[in-house]
Design a protein around this ligand. Structure first.
Ligand code: TXA
Ligand code: MG
Length: 342
């Protein structure tokens, strides 16, 4: 593996490597992606292999201009067009009917393709320089926490990729919002970096499955997003998700605690004030605030880095606060919820 900086010379080198069928980890505004030429089936197969990702879980194709859509999608419905014009480039993935030319390995045989136009200048430049479009899942081993720094990628996939481009920490920090645009009403498949409220401002109604707090179809009845497994994004430590006020109670019920404490009980809360209160109880070995001022954007951007850090410090259990279910809070709760399943 070779680590590249984000000088234009390096980005050209990364683009060329992708065009030659190499695997390149790329910074985006959401998380780092593990990229391969979407039209090179062998390279895409190596992405699945590197992540130990099951073949039924399709990849997102990353583009660097609106004109690239025609290379992968057979149709660009009016509502999808409205969203693209308003919110792209940005942390939003649209599921569109796919063109026959897109290899089945990218879409896991589905008739649709996931398309995303990232806003991160490094990602855009690399895609541009590759001259193709880039299939890229998050650059983490399957089921593990998504990477928001080049170091996260190097530590977990370093020996399985050809290049890692360091573009600094990801500003958004949670994956893109995924919307299925193949039906009459747009449907939310994954809450993410683009708030649902913003999407509704542009297209009105969006179906939200019950799994994401909506009144729509239950998981399984909804048009499947095969990657939405219950257990995902998981740290090695046991993670418990509950209301802030219930955190001490949940912790007190943990069997390991009775054996003398100090065995690694961490709390993860939204803001600094709450962190101080929990610290003062003396119940936890460590208390972390995602954002000192309680800013949801900052919290989202630091979520995965905090989970990596907690994992590295070997806590036995992490007690995490459920944050308000609005804006980026939906994505934060979704990732914490998945991290809590074992
Ligand atoms: O922010 C992101 O989206 C990051 C960066 C790298 O762009 N990528 C990412 O990829 O999170 P990944 O592979 O970790 O998640 C892609 C999600 C999965 O849940 C997958 O099942 C879903 O998108 N997906 C992909 N193609 C689909 C399709 N045709 N229909 C339904 N869901 C699809
Ligand atoms: Mg992922």
């Amino acid at each position: 593996m070779e680590l590249l900086d984000s000088s234009d010379e390096s980005l050209k080198k990364a683009g060329k490597a992708l065009a030659e069928g190499k695997l390149v980890a790329i910074p985006t505004e959401t998380v780092y992606g593990l990229g391969a030429d979407a039209f090179n089936t062998e390279a895409v197969a190596r992405v699945f292999e590197a992540k130990a990702r099951p073949a039924f879980d399709p990849l997102i194709v990353h583009i660097a201009s609106l004109a690239d859509i025609a290379r992968v999608a057979s149709d660009f419905p009016p509502k999808a067009r409205l969203l693209a014009e308003a919110l792209w480039p940005g942390p939003l993935t649209l599921i569109l009917p796919k063109r026959g030319e897109v290899p089945d390995i990218v879409t896991s045989g589905l008739p649709s393709v996931a398309v995303r136009f990232p806003v991160h200048p490094v990602a855009r430049r690399i895609i541009e320089c590759s001259g193709t479009v880039i299939a890229a899942p998050s650059a983490n081993p399957f089921g593990y926490i998504s990477p928001t720094t080049a170091r996260h990628v190097a530590e977990t996939l370093g020996d399985r990729v050809d290049f890692i481009v360091d573009g600094g920490p990801c500003a958004v920090g949670v994956e893109s919002t995924v919307l299925d645009m193949t039906g009459r009403t747009p449907s939310l498949l994954r809450p993410g970096g683009m708030p649902l409220e913003r999407i509704r401002e542009i297209v009105g109604e969006v179906a939200v499955p019950r799994a994401h707090g909506g009144t729509g179809a239950a998981d399984g009845e909804a048009i499947a997003s095969p990657g939405q497994l219950k257990s995902h994004y998981a740290p090695r430590a046991r993670l418990y998700l509950c209301d802030y006020r219930a955190l001490p109670g949940a912790m007190a019920g943990f069997p390991g605690r009775a054996k003398g404490g100090g065995n690694g009980m961490a709390a993860l809360v939204l803001d600094g004030a709450r962190a101080e209160i929990l610290k003062a109880t003396g119940l936890f070995d460590a208390v972390f605030a995602l954002s000192p001022a309680g800013d949801m954007r900052e919290a989202a951007s630091r979520l995965f880095a905090a989970m990596h850090e907690l994992d590295a410090r070997g806590f036995a259990a992490i007690y995490a606060e459920r944050v308000p279910e609005e804006g980026l809070g939906r994505a934060i709760n979704d990732r914490l919820q998945r991290a809590s399943f074992k």
